[in-house]
Design a binder for this molecule. Structure first.
Ligand code: NAD
Length: 333
């Protein structure tokens, strides 16, 4: 193998105290560019490498270094890490829950093999690594309200199964090899300026565009389906806070984080109030309803709050709706 491929499979690593140069994988999705820009303001533009299997637009290229990387191509990732003296990774490449049920082989490849590759590289090169988990890691037998960090995890989607496997492998390398592995179980993330990537909570973004464009939305979930959610700015700022926190502050590797819970009906009532009383919603539940039915309505995140001061700012449905309407209107101008 080339010189940059470490043969050191089960070494014990010494944890970095700080991170200076970070690689972001899957960086052109809903969350990547926002995370990159926030991290660049802290570490410097040239110290945050964005990567994805897709090609970036020219605007993204102007903002800092970009490398085209397929998460399955372990050798190229390892070469990028070595050549650029990377000491931290934020691994966002994924096939989201709904998409994964449509393309099972792809979900296994990207979500399971991809996580194996990046965890192995992080272990062998002594990198701090953050990988988002999801409320999708829970399943039909998990308690649905205020779901604790430590509870039954028997998900029945490929997405969820891959997340549980990733969490357990990360914790294993943390205990066995000292890998600085960190993970947050995100709720559904809502953003006005980046489209969602094929998850079960996508309706909560789509509904705003539909309201503004045609005052009508057909929802793929039933009206009383409550799910845990968070606004993208909170997701990004709290992720960066967690990623850069001193390891001593963390008493565990994986934490639940949550901000708001609402149902499609509650969200649409608020849109009627703030956007237009004429806004119409109809319901046509599809295969995604089955996925949503197995997920938490809310998660208990008290450990995240007490250990590293997790503190989302946007915590009511009305403030979320006013924020989303203003962001999308500004974007459409
Ligand atoms: P996204 O689907 O918008 O983006 C994922 C990116 O991964 C895409 O840009 C895609 O091109 C890339 N990708 C796919 N296959 C790849 C491959 N083989 N190699 C490299 N890149 C590849 O996802 P997101 O919403 O930005 O989510 C980021 C992370 O957060 C994921 O781990 C996801 O599971 C997690 N998460 C997201 C949400 C949410 O609501 N957005 C909720 C819970 C957890």
């Amino acid at each position: 193998p080339p010189f940059y491929v470490s043969k050191n499979l089960f070494s014990t690593t010494r944890q970095q105290q700080t991170v200076n140069r970070v690689l972001i994988t899957g960086g052109l999705g809903q969350l990547g560019r926002g995370i990159a820009s926030s991290l660049r303001s802290k570490l410097g533009d040239s110290n945050v490498f964005l990567s994805d299997i897709k090609d970036p637009d020219s605007e993204t290229l102007k903002q800092g270094p970009f490398v085209r990387l397929d998460i399955i191509d372990k050798e190229s990732i390892e070469k990028t890490v070595f050549e650029n003296k990377i000491d931290g990774v934020i691994h966002l490449s994924a096939i989201l829950s709904a998409l994964g049920e449509k393309h099972p082989q792809k979900a296994i490849e990207v979500n399971i093999r991809g996580a194996e590759n990046i965890l192995d590289i992080a272990k062998n090169h002594n990198l701090r690594i953050f990988i988002p988990s999801s409320m999708g890691a829970f399943g039909p037998s998990t308690v649905k309200d205020s779901t604790p960090d430590l509870t039954i995890m028997r998900p029945n989607t490929l997405y969820g199964i891959a997340k549980v496997y990733m969490e357990l492998m990360g914790e294993y390398y943390n205990q066995k090899n000292g890998l600085d592995f960190r993970s947050l179980r995100y709720p559904g993330i809502i953003s006005g300026d980046t489209p969602p990537g094929g998850g079960t909570t996508d309706y909560a973004v789509d509904i705003f565009h539909a309201a503004i464009e045609k005052n009508q939305y057909t929802c793929f979930l039933k009206k009383d389906t409550y799910l845990a959610m968070m606004y993208v700015d909170d997701c990004i700022s709290e992720t960066i806070k967690f990623f850069l926190a001193p390891r001593e502050q963390l008493s565990q590797c994986v934490y639940n984080v949550d901000a708001i819970s609402f149902s499609p009906e509650e969200l649409s009532n608020e849109i009627k109030k703030q956007w237009s009383p004429e806004f119409e919603i109809s319901y046509k539940p599809d295969y995604r309803q089955k996925i949503a039915d197995t997920w938490p309505r809310s998660m208990c995140d008290s450990k995240a709050r007490s250990d590293w001061n997790f503190y989302p700012k946007l915590t009511s449905t009305s403030s979320l709706v006013s924020k989303m309407l203003s962001v999308i209107k500004r974007r459409n101008e």
